[in-house]
Ligand binder design. Structure first.
Ligand SMILES: [Zn+2]
Ligand SMILES: [Zn+2]
Length: 352
């Protein structure tokens, strides 16, 4: 009897499977239509309370290739506007996939002119222009030399722009909104409007000069972003009283493994690079000391050097948590931290 019911069940499944297989195209089209409707209706900003400070991670990687981490990019959302710090390779796509409204971007501020901090600008600028019918170019501020980069990228994309205008028309892609405007800035107030203040401060990333970190203050909440830097007392001074410290990190114990294994494999140039990079990045322990001295409520690591599989990530930071009482998190692409008040942090991922 049981065998008979089993056969009947299998028969029904086979028929249902056959029908589904025959209808697979219609099912796929219905699922895709539903996903498209959902994507068009998505309004991430409505989920982010306007009186809070939000810090999103559009790129948490480094020049070392990694499938899961775009290169450097952090977005701060304050008062309904977006402030982007660095735009490394792939990070513009991540920003879009996070559902960020590209027409709300006030500008991009570069910490320094290492290529892993600006290579995403070209593709992103096209996304913003065509996706939002932008009427003014993207403002890209950064250390001296930034205008050379924006002018070069504008030149590289000029031919593409003529094709877009010819194809879609100037109402959809107004030529006035093409490309980017570069603005060289010095340490000091980089932006101050409608209750949002951005301050650039010098960090120590020799021989890359100048190199900046940034601090954003909004409605009594604050985040400090280190950019790429070796340990320097300037970091704790700049971050003093911030709620959140977003720090780059290089794990010496893991990078030493890479250097040793490269040497052992006869890759002496690669081993030298792994040794060289250790003197202009900050270790997790040093970043924890900065967090403690500055009295921040939380330490978030980005620009992870090197990336390791998620279950092993605790090994990157070693004993850093013994040096600082606040929360320490290793960030991933798509993460967003919402700061609602002193000591209140909510983390979620907008890609999931
Ligand atoms: Zn970097
Ligand atoms: Zn750098």
């Amino acid at each position: 009897m049981r065998k008979k019911w089993l056969l009947v069940g299998l028969g029904i499944l086979a028929v249902a499977g056959g029908v589904a297989y025959k209808q697979r195209d219609a099912i796929a089209m219905a699922l895709i239509t539903r996903a498209a409707d959902r994507a068009m209706a998505r309004n991430v900003m409505a989920e982010l309370p306007a009186d809070q400070l939000h810090v999103g991670f559009c790129g948490t990687g480094s020049p070392l290739p990694n499938r899961d981490r775009a290169a450097a990019c952090t977005v701060v959302i304050a008062g309904g506007r977006l402030f982007v710090f660095d735009m490394g390779e792939g990070s513009g796509k991540t920003l879009s996939l996070m559902g960020m409204p590209l027409d709300k971007i006030e500008g991009v501020w570069l910490t320094h002119l290492h290529s892993d901090h600006f290579e995403g600008l070209g593709p992103f600028t096209l996304q913003r222009w065509a996706g939002t019918s932008a009427k003014t170019p993207l403002l890209v501020s950064g250390p001296d030399g930034v205008t050379e980069i924006t002018a070069g990228l504008n030149a590289a994309y000029r031919i593409d722009a003529t094709y877009r205008v010819a194809h879609h028309g100037p109402a959809v892609v107004p030529l006035s909104g093409f490309g980017m405007t570069g603005a060289a800035i010095q340490p000091g107030i980089a932006y101050d409007s409608n209750g949002v203040r951005v301050i650039a401060f010098a960090v120590d990333h020799d021989p890359i000069k100048p190199a900046f970190g940034y601090r954003v203050d909004f409605k009594g909440k604050s985040v400090t972003i280190t950019g790429d830097t070796a340990f320097t007392p300037k970091l704790a001074i700049a971050a003093k009283g911030s709620d959140l410290l977003v720090s780059e990190m290089l794990s010496p114990r893991i990078v030493n493994i890479l250097a040793n294994r490269a040497q052992k494999a006869g890759m002496t140039n690669r081993a030298k690079i792994f040794n060289d990079i250790q003197n202009y990045h900050i270790s997790p322990a040093q970043a924890a000391d900065v967090a403690k001295t500055a009295g921040v409520g939380m330490l978030a690591f980005t620009h992870i050097v090197p990336s390791v599989p998620k279950p092993l990530e605790f090994a990157l930071i070693g004993d850093a948590s013994n040096r600082y009482d606040g929360g320490i998190a290793i960030m991933h692409d798509g993460d967003i931290i919402s700061i609602s008040g002193a000591g209140e942090f909510k983390i979620r991922n907008l890609l999931n």
